[in-house]
Ligand binder design. Structure first.
Ligand SMILES: [Zn+2]
Length: 283
């Protein structure tokens, strides 16, 4: 995501802490710090402290363009709780006049040891129309190649594009580790992703009343393929939908996942923590 100041209202109060700490597998701290809302964390350190206090002790900072990717690498180098991903967002790539140069910068950043994945990249047919489709697909293919060259995970943004995402990953040959960020499919699509070895990262959308297919998807996903994310400052979980999001709100989504999967909260947290370390770690 790369919209700014899109949320209204104040940051919600902290939820009950998790029994075992988990990582937030996808956050945009730069945009969180930029929100004009009461309760906004004043610094990266403050955002980390608020999250750690409720059992969210590790974060994956996600890049959406060259500037945010560069910033992510800097804060990951400065904070042990943060690792970074770098990419041009699928809605960003079609807007750039010199994509090749931007991709060269992303590739240079991808080599940094604190960068653990290439993403978010993928397809978004919701925000990018037909005119940008070709550039978006070429950018996705280029990011897959960068991830493979640097042996990093791939963080996939899939908005209304399930079949094309799988087709392109099949055609290119997927990197060893693929994370479906903000998983948005049903149980059948979850099974297709699991069969290919992918990891599914669930966001606050899982807690929305209308999200029955998403909860069914979580229920058929093996525990060692589940991650949890905020996509902060977007996609705030219930009961705070519409207000700004930050990593300290992960416990609400983890509890929603426990209900959806029937897993005891402690075992779910242990599984998410271990999967986070396998995919993005060690922090
Ligand atoms: Zn995102």
């Amino acid at each position: 995501m790369n919209r700014r100041h899109s949320r209204r209202g104040d940051f919600p109060p902290p939820p009950e802490p998790l029994p075992i700490p988990v990582p937030d597998s996808h956050t945009h701290l730069d945009i969180v710090l930029d929100q004009e809302a009461t309760g906004r964390p004043e610094s990266v350190a403050a955002a980390i402290a608020a999250a750690t206090a409720v059992g969210v002790d590790r974060l994956v900072q996600v890049g959406v363009d060259v500037d945010s990717s560069r910033w992510g690498v800097e804060i990951a180098a400065a904070h042990r709780a943060v690792v970074a991903t770098v990419a041009l967002h699928p809605n960003e790539a079609p807007r750039l006049s010199n994509v090749d140069e931007a991709l060269r910068e992303i590739e240079a950043l991808a080599a940094h040891p604190r960068v653990r994945a290439v993403g978010e990249t993928g397809l978004d047919t919701y925000r990018t129309g037909d005119e940008g489709r070709k550039a978006q697909e070429e950018s996705f293919r280029a990011h897959i190649a960068i991830a493979k060259r640097h042996r990093k995970a791939l963080v996939v943004h899939d908005r209304d594009a399930h079949a094309d995402i799988l087709r392109i990953l099949d055609e290119e040959g997927a990197p060893e580790t693929v994370v479906m960020h903000c998983f948005s499919g049903d149980a059948a699509f979850a099974r297709e992703c699991v069969t290919r070895g992918y990891v599914l990262s669930f966001a606050g959308t899982l807690t929305f009343a209308t999200a029955t297919p998403l909860r069914e998807a979580a229920a058929v996903t093996p525990p060692d393929r589940i991650l949890v994310e905020t996509d902060a400052p977007y996609l705030t979980p219930m009961p705070f939908r519409g207000r700004p999001n930050a990593p300290y709100l992960i416990p609400l989504t983890v509890r929603g996942l426990a209900a959806a999967t029937g897993m005891p909260l402690e075992s779910l947290c242990e599984a998410i923590s271990a999967t986070g370390e396998r995919v993005f770690g060690p922090w």
